[in-house]
Write a protein that binds this ligand. Structure first.
Ligand SMILES: [Zn+2]
Length: 325
């Protein structure tokens, strides 16, 4: 096994990394997801980030054994992806693997579900390594989940692990999926930002949007929220507290159902706030946990690059994960 590439297509950003023979990232690059520009522009940005990651690593793209992509949406086989709801004009099937592969000079490209590859990455290389069964919770723009049971990914009939759409409040806040009261409607970064906007329109004060502008960000990113917390912004604190509470209830409930060895908390928000609020999260989970010894809760070990590192495992036959489901 030689060097590999991995690309994580997120709702907010594209992250690419080049891994050495031991799956350690030796170069990386990131850019905002051109979500308003459609699949062609997104594929071009992904290829560019991978090339940038390769040059940061001092490696030619042609030297790579292949490039794995973790993406949201529906896998249609042969690297074709449909229904990426976060990106405009990406309802119809789009040949993602072929397009990125061509832009990278013909290197082999494989595509997998973003949360599956991230969970598999944590299971094989990260915080999930000591365990046989884990639930991965990826708290970022949205909230995704992946399940490994006895060493194998559990995909259900194609839609397992949708922890972000477990209901935390009947008839509650509107979720991006069109339903109401989902975890994601409270804890997803995009929903938190939308709720903050709503509160500002109602006359509440916050520094969130001012900080985003100062940082040159189009969105209230996890970094913007962190800065607002440092400035004792009450709205940011309330939004984060609510997100943690809803995450805790859902993670405890999922633990009651699955009784896995561990729950691994990752994603852009999870890797930023997880280390700081892990004890609080556990305390919030405790009243809802059925088992005397509930699943351990650990923060993802691969950090923010976990999605890209996990995606690169699509290329390694010895750690093969279901490439398409
Ligand atoms: Zn939902």
């Amino acid at each position: 096994m030689g060097k590999t590439g991995g690309i994580d297509l997120g709702g907010t950003k594209i992250q690419a990394a080049v891994m050495d023979e031991n799956h350690t990232a030796i170069g990386s690059a990131r850019c905002p997801t051109p979500a308003s520009e459609g699949p062609e522009a997104t594929a071009a940005a992904m290829a560019k980030m991978l090339r940038d990651a390769a040059s940061a690593a001092g490696v030619e793209v042609s030297e790579l054994d292949g490039v794995g992509i973790g993406t949201p949406g529906e896998m249609e086989g042969d690297g074709v992806v449909a229904n990426v709801v976060n990106i405009v004009d990406w309802k119809d099937p789009f040949p993602l693997a072929a397009t990125v592969g061509e832009a990278l000079g013909g290197v082999e490209v494989k595509v997998g579900n973003d949360v599956d590859v991230a969970t598999w990455g944590e299971f094989k290389l990260g915080a999930g390594q000591p365990f046989d069964s884990v639930l991965g919770v990826f708290w970022g723009t949205g909230v995704g989940g992946g399940i490994v049971l006895n060493g194998e990914l559990w995909g259900g009939r194609g839609s397992a692990g949708e922890i972000g759409h477990m209901v935390v409040e009947i008839d509650g806040r509107k979720c991006g999926c069109g339903r109401r009261g989902c975890l994601e409607a409270y804890a997803g970064r995009r929903s938190m930002e939308a709720h903050a906007k709503h509160l500002v329109e109602k006359g509440h004060k916050t520094k969130l949007f001012e900080i985003a502008e100062k940082k040159g960000k189009d969105h209230v990113t996890s970094g913007v929220i962190a800065s607002a917390l440092k400035k004792h912004d009450r709205m940011a604190a309330n939004l984060l507290e609510e997100a943690l509470q809803m995450l805790a209830v859902t993670m405890a409930s999922a633990g009651n159902l699955l009784d896995v060895d561990a729950i691994v908390l990752g994603g852009g928000m999870g890797t930023r706030f997880g280390p700081v609020y892990l004890e609080e999260l556990k305390t919030l989970m405790r009243p809802h946990e059925f088992a005397v010894e509930p699943p351990q809760v650990v923060v993802a070990g691969l950090g923010d690059l976990g999605g890209a590192v996990g995606a690169s495992l699509l290329i390694d036959a010895t750690t093969a994960t279901p490439a398409a489901r």
